[in-house]
Design a protein around this ligand. Structure first.
Ligand code: GUE
Ligand code: MG
Length: 286
């Protein structure tokens, strides 16, 4: 038996269709959801993601402003840019592309974003609300993972979910959302001793490590759902995940490919958050 390949591209298209209908209905009331993406420096990977976001916004009838600055931009200048966007009524979402240059404090920047425009879900208010199960902008990658599980009728309740990686952006919130869906959650990370002893007990395995193809079948319990958040380059420079995809196909019940798995869902959830923000703006103006 070969694993079911979870199609993030197709799932994201379905979501984007629904989003574009809601965008059209807002537009008929004179509101165009607007996303501002702030990009500092010239990391080629960042440029690719940012272009992708802009293209998607436009395809859905949303507005997208790209604000590009040189690597030398100072923190106080960036904070001023953010303040301007916070006060711009046509901007509903603000995304500052990470990572930032070393001379800029990431936390100061995230704190400066108006929580009502925090479409990344990185502000402590968003994180706190998510943590206590209140309404919040959910971080896009973990939210996209939950949508994929839902689409493939995988109910986390009672399952053992093992998350490898404990970043604030992916690992920690992914575990939290799984916990909210009644999974039993284990976090593994770079200091975990005997990683495979944990991962082999996972009904749902989420990998957000950043090591090309390191998760082979020896890490997988037969029948497990494997979600690959890795975005790496292999020896030939080809995009690949953390999971050795071919190797786990005969062991896993479901697996996400890279590309075409979690990545497109991340972008779709960013669009949804921007739309939600614009819809709330409408409620307030009534
Ligand atoms: N403030 C902030 N928010 C982010 O959400 C954020 C960020 N900074 N910095 C960088 C990471 C990375 N990220 C991706 C989004 C989509 C794909 C994506 O669409 N990937 C495609 C392939 C893209 C390709 O071909 O290169 C796929 O997996 O199929 C990948 C990576 C968002 N990030
Ligand atoms: Mg993200």
């Amino acid at each position: 038996m070969s694993a079911i390949i979870i199609d993030g591209k197709a799932t994201s298209l379905k979501l984007k269709n629904k989003i574009s209908q809601r965008v059209a209905s807002l537009a008929s009331k004179g509101i165009i959801p607007g996303l501002a993406v702030v990009l500092i420096g010239d990391n080629p990977a960042s440029h690719t993601y940012v272009k992708n976001k802009k293209k998607t916004c436009e395809a859905l009838g949303m507005r997208s402003d790209l604000l590009q600055f040189p690597e030398t931009l100072q923190e106080d200048q960036l904070l001023e840019v953010i303040s301007g966007l916070n006060h711009d009524p046509e901007i509903h979402g603000i995304l500052v592309q990470l990572p930032l240059p070393a001379h800029i404090d990431e936390f100061n920047v995230i704190l400066a974003i108006d929580p009502e425009k925090d479409v990344d879900g990185f502000h402590p208010i968003s994180v706190g609300n998510m943590m206590i199960g209140r309404e919040a902008f959910l971080p896009c990658t973990p939210h996209g993972i939950m949508k994929l599980l839902e689409e493939y009728d995988i109910d986390p309740a009672g399952k053992h979910a093992v998350v490898i990686g404990r970043s604030n952006i992916v690992g920690k919130p992914a575990g939290q959302l799984l916990l909210q869906r009644d999974a039993t959650v284990t976090f593994c990370h770079s200091k975990t001793i005997g990683l495979a002893d944990y991962t082999r007990q996972a009904d749902i395995l989420i990998s957000a490590v950043g090591r090309a193809k390191f998760l082979g079948k020896e890490f997988i319990k037969p029948g497990a759902v494997v979600i690959d958040v890795g975005m790496n380059r292999d020896d030939e420079g080809k995009l690949c995940g953390d999971v050795d995809f071919e190797d786990v196909l005969e062991t896993a019940s479901h697996v996400t490919p890279v590309p075409g798995g979690v990545g497109p869902m991340t972008i779709a959830m960013l669009m949804e958050n921007t739309l939600l923000s614009a819809e709330k703006g409408l409620a307030e103006t009534k």
